[in-house]
Design a protein around this ligand. Structure first.
Ligand code: PLP
Length: 809
């Protein structure tokens, strides 16, 4: 793009003037950020147009990835890397005395997601574009992303994330591509020329306006599209020129009530919020997305003939499961197809990924709410259910229990996972163990009915963001060692295995890690005025706060360690810095108290002079993509300690591994595959297996009091929660005591405690052996290539979507 630094500087200075009306001397960092990112945007636009033209001309199958979340993070740096302009731009700016990294920080994180699910969608977009696959995203342009977390007096406080406040360089509003989405009303049946018609009337029409964001492939010419929909009042409903004063105010009120649909991201992770507005969001983006796909398809092909051969629609969890009845509706009501043909197309077009087995996360909507909001869609769901139950009746005559368990509409609810499975040709889990649990337990009846539908697609992460971008020092060392092919073929990282035995190379890896730890330590000093020792073990637990993720188990180990150090300050342990980060859903009491507990413990430990610098605890506020990019490269230990069977896959675990941290983990989700990849000797595991956990759930036999009574360390810790050991109100942490003992510890925190402490002791010993640790770190980096989302996406492309690369020239 900028063949030389001089050309770039000239273009940049010109942009500052034309776009911001300033010269370099008068320009703020924001001016510079906007000028630079607009230059990048213009460059990308050319390839974007070329990509769209190629797709239209070639007519190859397209894949549309529907997700209610896309957790993108910042885009300037990754776009610069992908268009191969990072060095030229960085060096040219330096000559103008501008620090590129500082400009990058002016960009707000696109935080349109809660955690793993939304980040997965973002990694998938990156991989599809980088593999030349014609794959596009479809979601919601939330005005407010996931709340900003502040810690006040140890408690989480939520602030709105007004990420669009200063504009978004990376979006293109496309008002001419708006579509109408209809809510409420009733359905009138009529017959015309012998055909039964269903006419939706009395509805409220919402205008869905697309904002397109370019998704840039790595050093190719592919630029795919992420289309995010924004809700606006339909013009005919918001014509204030015709209103008198009273109606004018009503019109304004109406406008806001419509815009509410795309106003906020629901802040719940792995939990279904049963609010009507949420259901509205789901139908809103699904309907808009499918309408625009059908419209584009028909513009090219004239009819919907062959649709399923040219279009694949993937639904990321059940939030977009209304794609099934919505595509049916369009094919029947708008395109005039009969049921059977519409069903053949729909069920061959849609595929579904399950993300969780937690019962509180499985979506179900009350029939009454559903019917009132989406009368025509409900009719179709009802009919799908009728036909499905009839099929079950033929196959399992008299087995009412089974049919009731599998029905889409049952006991006054619409069960979205059932709708998604029945309406899809492929259903996948996100790690081997998770898929097995789906097949054997959660979705067993569906698996028995159609085993061919089910497959596993283990999650992945884009190594371009999580290694190349987040850890430039390690990326450079790797490229200097084995060449740059790993950036395109991440499997090539395995060549590093050869260097694990090379002491000089290991020392270079260690120095990179230390540099990253120093950088994080400086940040923590600046932001929290806490001094941490970069030579200590950085033991990192960052992810959403959730009972099943067991931040509490980590806390109990720290309390035990602290108790030991207080008795014996000379205890021979490796100094440790425990780093936590993560948001709690605002309404999730236990998770919020966990944050308070971590902060209370941190304050107590950090100011205790008697233990020297052997133990420090830091809670980093507002965990998100950008913070993760700084923390993960600095980690020695990756805490992945969910109750076995509960974490479907995890992707944080993969990011840490790729950056040379050692996993301290349960045999859960993708941890198991990480352990298989690196070898058991390079992974520190502990705790109950999924089989044991599931057996306890099925047959009982676990008694938390027994563990309490037999382990003095646990007695001390549990008592400290309620006996004024912490300088807080007496009942502040009672909830933990009650859920662990009186409610029998659903997540086996007490049961796994001894095993976890023992594993932590192994960590201490291993870390003191520099060679052993270096070999472990090297093995982890070398085998992380198989967790690139490039590999995952190839598996989806071949096994589910049947789409092929389309190279843009
Ligand atoms: C990767 C990622 C997650 C998912 O982490 P898990 O440990 O798999 O739960 C959540 N939030 C952010 C910001 C991430 O980057």
């Amino acid at each position: 793009m900028f063949q030389s630094k001089e050309r770039f500087k000239q273009a940049f200075l010109e942009k500052l003037q034309t776009l911001r009306g300033v010269t370099l001397e008068g320009a703020s960092d924001s001016d510079k950020y906007i000028a630079l990112s607009n230059l990048v945007r213009e460059y990308i636009s050319k390839n974007w147009a070329a990509t769209n033209n190629t797709y239209l001309e070639r007519g190859e199958k397209q894949i549309y990835y529907f997700s209610i979340e896309f957790l993108l993070g910042r885009l300037l740096h990754s776009n610069l890397l992908n268009i191969d302009q990072n060095h030229v731009v960085r060096d040219a700016l330096q000559e103008l005395d501008i620090d590129l990294a500082r400009l990058e920080e002016k960009e707000p994180d696109a935080g349109l997601g809660n955690g793993g699910l939304g980040r997965l969608a973002a990694c998938f977009l990156d991989s599809m574009a980088s593999l030349n696959l014609p794959g596009h995203g479809c979601g919601i342009r939330y005005k407010y992303g996931l709340f900003e977390q502040k810690i006040v007096n140890g408690y989480q406080v939520e602030l709105p994330d007004n990420w669009l406040q200063d504009g978004n360089v990376w979006e293109y509003r496309k008002p001419e591509k708006s579509v109408e989405v209809r809510f409420g009303g009733y359905v009138r049946e009529a017959v015309a020329e012998g055909v039964r018609l269903f006419i939706h009337e009395g509805y409220e029409a919402i205008r869905a306006v697309p904002y397109d964001m370019p998704v840039v492939g790595y050093q190719n010419k592919t630029v795919n599209t992420l289309r995010l929909w924004s809700a606006e009042a339909a013009p005919q409903d918001f014509d204030f020129s015709s209103f008198n004063r009273g109606e004018y105010l009503k019109a304004i009120e109406y406008k806001y009530s419509v815009e509410a649909i795309s106003e906020i991201l629901y802040p719940d992770d792995s939990y279904q919020e049963g609010q009507k507005l949420r259901l509205k969001q789901q139908y809103f983006f699904v309907s808009a997305g499918i309408q625009s796909i059908v419209r584009r398809y028909k513009r090219k092909n004239g009819s919907v003939y062959d649709f399923e051969d040219k279009i694949a629609i993937h639904i990321n969890d059940t939030h977009p499961a209304l794609a099934v009845p919505e595509l049916m509706r369009i094919l029947m009501d708008d395109e005039g197809l009969g049921w059977d043909e519409a069903w053949r197309i729909t069920s061959n077009t849609i595929s579904y990924t399950n993300h969780t087995v937690l019962p509180e996360a499985l979506e179900k909507w009350p029939v009454e709410m559903f019917k009132e909001l989406l009368p025509r869609i409900y009719m179709i769901v009802h009919e799908i259910n009728e036909r499905f139950c009839r099929e079950l009746w033929d196959k399992y005559p008299g087995d009412w229990d089974r049919i009731a368990r599998m029905a889409i509409v049952a006991n006054g609810y619409v069960h979205m996972a059932h709708l998604a499975i029945v309406g899809s040709d492929h259903v996948n889990g996100v790690a081997h163990i998770h898929t097995e649990i789906l097949k054997k337990q959660v979705m067993r009846n569906f698996y028995e009915l159609s085993p061919h539908k089910f497959s596993n697609k283990t999650n992945g992460i884009t190594h371009r963001r999580w290694l190349l971008k987040a850890n430039p020092l390690l990326a450079k060392l790797i490229t200097d060692t084995i060449g740059a092919s790993w950036i395109t073929f991440p499997g090539d990282l395995v060549r590093l295995e050869h260097y694990a035995g090379d002491a000089a190379w290991r020392d270079n890896v260690r120095k990179v890690k230390l540099a990253n730890k120093n950088r994080l330590a400086q940040y923590i000093k600046r932001k929290y005025d806490i001094t941490i020792n970069p030579a200590s073990i950085f033991d990192v637990h960052v992810k959403r706060i959730h009972a099943y993720k067991r931040q509490l188990l980590n806390v109990f180990h720290i309390m035990d360690l602290y108790n030991r150090l207080r008795v014996n300050p000379d205890l021979d342990v490796m100094p440790r810095t425990f780093i936590f980060g993560g948001k709690s859903a605002p309404g999730y009491f236990m998770a919020k108290r966990t944050i308070k507990l971590i902060n209370t413990l941190a304050e107590m430990v950090n100011q205790d002079q008697s233990i020297g610098d052997k133990l420090k605890v830091v809670f980093m506020e507002n965990y998100g993509v950008s913070l993760a990019e700084m923390i993960i490269p600095a980690a020695d230990i990756s805490e992945q300690i969910s109750t076995a069977s509960k974490e479907a896959s995890g992707t944080g675990n993969m990011k840490f591994m790729m950056n040379g941290a050692i996993t301290l983990g349960t045999l859960d989700g993708a941890n198991i595959e990480i352990r298989n990849a690196v070898g058991a000797e390079n992974f520190i595991s502990f705790g109950l297996t999924a089989e044991q956990v599931l057996s306890y759930y099925a047959h009982g036999g676990y008694n938390a009091w027994d563990v309490y009574n037999s382990d003095e360390r646990i007695q001390v810790i549990m008592d400290q929660l309620v006996n004024l050991f912490f300088p807080v109100a007496k009942e502040e942490f009672r909830t933990f005591y009650d859920t662990l003992l009186h409610s029998n510890d659903e997540f086996f925190v007490l049961q796994d405690f001894a095993s976890y402490v023992e594993a932590q002791n192994r960590v201490s010993k291993l870390y003191q052996n520099e060679e052993a640790w270096g070999r472990m770190a090297a093995a982890n980096i070398a085998h992380s290539g198989q967790f690139s989302s490039d590999k995952t996406i190839m598996e989806y492309a071949i096994g589910i979507w049947n789409v092929k690369p389309v190279v843009v020239k």
